[in-house]
Design a protein around this ligand. Structure first.
Ligand SMILES: Cc1ncc(COP(=O)(O)O)c(C=O)c1O
Length: 421
């Protein structure tokens, strides 16, 4: 039919329960209110989870490669488990930065962080129970729902400062002997910036290496902390474990568009993931993998890590101070590129967002990060985080700071005045 709407649409064979990740819903609501897409001129991408993709000049960040050579061999099908050069670069990267002793056979390359995480969850045995924070990166809930993963949430509250103990993730109360436990944590955490490092991270990994335990440690924000953090530093026997470490070029290497990520795990588990790739994925684009090799060139990556750490520490600190001065509750940890904030009593982050939309800005309401919410929308469900939200300073240029804070304060003050707060 041309130009018209078909009345009796054929019933779709695909799932009715596959909404976009929560962040996208915010983007659509923003477009409907503001009239143009987030990211276009005149908008303020405070809800967005991407880093600057230009050199971090204020902190002597390296340039980003702008081409790769593509030869006839790169037009072959890629290897299911990843380009040998990239697997080698990734293994060298971890071994030189964190003193680990992994080999390329411990690395499987995916088209970004998400496909790696999705695949691990899709292949978990039925007796594995996932544990994850009550707040986490919104995509986890969608992934668990679509992969039919059995999971339980761990409380994240003001009382535990959004940072429960490691043992909370491995609590076996009420479980039978056959159940295996597999916490999933983003570390540094999206959305709160809470970070486990040093002795606390060592303990987490020790627990994960105990019999019946494993872990999926999502280190997308590995470089956004002083010092950079990877659980690989503390793994004793990777090949006899169910430790999975997820990494990507997406955040610290400033290249979300090349779609390269990876999972580091035991050789046996990597083999299973690679077998899946052979029939379900077909490997990852060679040019993208070659680009990633350039990003990981040892001298470049050393300079990049330093610049990322310094630039984002600086941004975290000054935005945090400004938010405190505005009277917001600031619960952010020391990592990542998000602030985890609370509006005063009487307000909601959803209403704040509606007001921000009108001014071309948006934040991410904490309800989207609530892992205990029903996946299909339930009008009766009330999230315990109605006053919380995530503010991203990932994509913000240094020069927008004053204007960002001015705009944010204006909208907040206007909302406060109306409520007489
Ligand atoms: C916690 C977390 N893990 C992983 C990723 C990586 O995602 P991508 O699939 O874009 O590499 C992200 C990106 O937003 C993230 O926030």
């Amino acid at each position: 039919m041309l130009g018209g709407v078909r009345k009796n649409m054929t019933e779709s064979f695909l799932s009715d329960n596959c909404p976009p990740m929560g962040i996208y819903e915010t983007l659509y609501a923003f477009r409907d209110s503001f009239g143009s897409f987030m990211g276009t001129e005149g908008t303020h991408p405070w809800s967005q989870g991407f880093p600057l993709t230009t050199p971090l000049e204020n902190f002597d960040g390296p340039s980003l490669p702008d081409s790769v050579d593509v030869t006839w061999e790169d037009r072959f099908y890629p290897k299911a488990w990843g380009h040998p050069e990239l697997r080698e670069s990734i293994a060298d990267y971890y071994n030189s930065q964190y003193g680990s002793e992994i080999t390329p056979e411990n690395v499987m390359v995916f088209a970004g962080g998400r496909p790696g995480i999705y695949t691990v969850l899709a292949f978990l045995k039925n007796n594995v129970q996932v544990r994850l924070g009550n707040i986490e990166w919104p995509a986890y809930l969608d992934i668990m729902e679509q992969t039919d993963t059995n999971f339980q949430v761990v409380p994240f509250t003001k009382e535990n400062n959004f940072h429960p103990s490691n043992s909370a993730y491995f609590d076996r109360a009420g479980l039978n002997a056959k159940t295996r436990l597999m916490p999933i944590l983003s570390n540094p955490q999206n959305p709160s910036g809470q970070t486990r490092w040093g002795e606390e991270l060592r303990e987490l990994i020790q627990m994960a290496e105990q019999p019946k335990n494993g872990i999926l440690l999502d280190e997308a924000y590995e470089m956004f902390h002083s010092p950079s953090v990877s659980g690989i530093q503390f793994v004793q026997d990777l090949d006899n474990s169910n430790v999975f470490i997820a990494g990507a070029c997406t955040k610290g290497l400033q290249s979300p568009g090349i779609r390269v990520g990876w999972i580091v795990a035991s050789k046996k588990n990597i083999e299973t993931l690679a077998n899946y790739s052979s029939f379900g994925m077909g490997g990852v684009s060679h040019p993208s993998q070659l680009y990633a090799v350039k990003l990981l060139e040892p001298n470049r990556v050393k300079q990049a890590r330093k610049a990322v750490e310094q630039h984002y520490n600086w941004q975290r600190e000054r935005y945090g101070k400004a938010f405190e001065e505005m009277g917001l509750g600031v619960y952010t940890g020391n990592g990542g590129f998000y602030h985890w904030l609370e509006v005063p009593e009487g307000m909601t982050s959803a209403e704040l967002n509606r007001r921000l939309f009108k001014r071309g800005a948006a934040i991410l309401c904490a309800s989207d990060c609530d892992m205990a919410r029903p996946h299909s929308k339930d009008p009766d469900y009330v999230t315990p985080y109605t006053r919380f939200f995530r503010f991203s300073f990932g994509p913000l240029l240094p020069e927008t700071f004053e204007a960002d804070i001015r705009l944010f304060s204006e909208v907040l003050d206007e909302y406060k005045r109306e409520l007489d707060i």
